[in-house]
Design a protein around this ligand. Sequence first.
Ligand code: LLP
Length: 453
Amino acid sequence: MHLRGSMRINDSGHLEIGGCDTVELARRFGTPLYVFDELEIRRRCRSYKEALERYYPHGNIIYAGKAFLTQAMCRIIQDEGMYLDVVSGGELFTALSAGFPAERVFFHGNNKSQEEIAYGIKSGVHRFVVDNLHELEMLNEEATRNATTVDVLIRVAPGVEVDTHSYMRTGQMDSKFGFGIDDGRALEAIRAIRRSSHLRLRGLHAHIGSQIFELESYEMTTRLMVEFIDRLRTDNGVDIEELNMGGGLGIRYSADDTPSTIEAFVETVAGALKVECRSKDLPLPRLYFEPGRSIVGEAGTTLYTIGGSKEIPGVRKYIFVDGGMADNPRVALYQAEYEAMVANKALQAPSDLVTVAGKCCESGDILIWDINLPPCAPGDILAVFATGAYNYSMASNYNRLTRPAAVLVCDGEADLIVRRESFSDLVQHDCIPERLRLLASDCHGLSDTPLRI
Ligand code: LLP
C-alpha cells in the first residue's frame, strides 16, 4: 500500500496520519471525516517555492483555492508566503474573513457579477484575471466609478489540448475560458485595456487543464505564450511583465497514475520560458504557477465507517460506507479511481475483492469499483486516500446528508477546521410560507384531506 505524507502504521496496526491514530480520530470527530495532513500541505507548498527559487527566482506561487478553501487553509497559505486564487465572491469572503491580505489575491472566474467585481475592487485585490469582453467592460465601469486603476491579466486559451478527462481540459480553442490567441480575440481585449485609463495590463494567464501527467503540453504552452508576448511587443508595442501558467499538475490517485514531480514541472516551464525569451531577446516576465490539487490532494484522506454489505452470488460484493457521492462526487463525475485501506486492520492481508458504495439513492454512488480489502465488518473504518482536492469543495447535501467535518493533523494534534453540519444546519435556509404553516396547524400534521391549491 502506498502511504502518503506523514502516514504510517502504528503499533496497534492502525493507520496513523500526522501522528494521530485514524481510528481514534473517527471515534472523536465522527465519520465521514476529512483528515488533512498539515505537514504534507506545507511540504508541497515549499517544494513549489524551492523549485521556483532554484529555476526561476523571479516569481511566486498562487494556491488555487477551488481545490480546498477554508479559513484555516487560508492561514496556511498566508503563512507559506503564497498568493491565493479565488473565483467567486464567496471564496474572496472566505479569504478576507480569515485575514488573508487582499493584495495577495488573484480574482478569477468566467462570469464575475457586477457585485463580485465591485467587491474585488473595494477590497483591493492584487489582480483581476479577465476572461471576456463583458467582464472587461464592467471592470472598466466599476474602476472608473471608484476613481481607481485596476491591474489585470488576460486569460488566454492557447489552443493546447491536453491528455486528461475532457471535463478537465481548458486550454483548447473550443473552451468557455479565456480569449483565443490565433483568432485575434486576445489582442482585441488587450487593445480595450489600453484604451482605458482605469485598467492596467500586467500580464497573461493560461491554464490548460487539470490532473495532467505529461509536461510536453506545458512546454508547448510556454512556447506559444512567449510567441504571443513577442508579437505583442514587436507589432503592438505592448510589454508583458507577468506570465501566470496556471496549475494542473496531476497527482497519484491509483497505482496507474504516474505524476511528474513538482520540481520537474517547475523546471520544465521555467527552462522553456528562459530559452524562448532568450531566443527572442525578450526580458524575463515574472512567472506564477497556480496549483491546487498538487498542494492539497494527496494531503487529504476521508475516513468512513463501514456499515452493511451485500453479496450478489457470482456477481460482486458491495460494502457500504456512511458517505459517498455527497462528500466525493468525483467518481460519478470523472470516473475517478481511489486507493483505500481498512484503517483498523492496516496489517491484515487484503483478501476480499469488494466494491465500496455510498449511502445515496443513486446507482452511480460508488467510491471504489473492485478493491482488495481484508474481510470487513460493520464498524470498521475505511480510509480513502488522496481526497484533499475537489472533495470538500464539491460536496453537497444530496439526500440531506450533512457535510462532514474536516480536521487538520500535525505532530499528534488534531484540530477541527470545519465543523460537521447538523440537521438544523440542513433546514436553516428553509422557509415555510405562512399559508402552509396555517394549513399544517389546522390539520394537526397528518390528514387525509387533499391539499387545496
Ligand atoms: N487555475 C485555474 C484558472 C483553474 O481553473 C484551476 C482548476 C487551477 C488553477 C488549479 O488546477 P489544479 O492544480 O488543481 O489542477 N473538479 C475537478 C477539477 C477542476 C479544476 C478546475 N480548475 C476535479 O475534481 O478533478
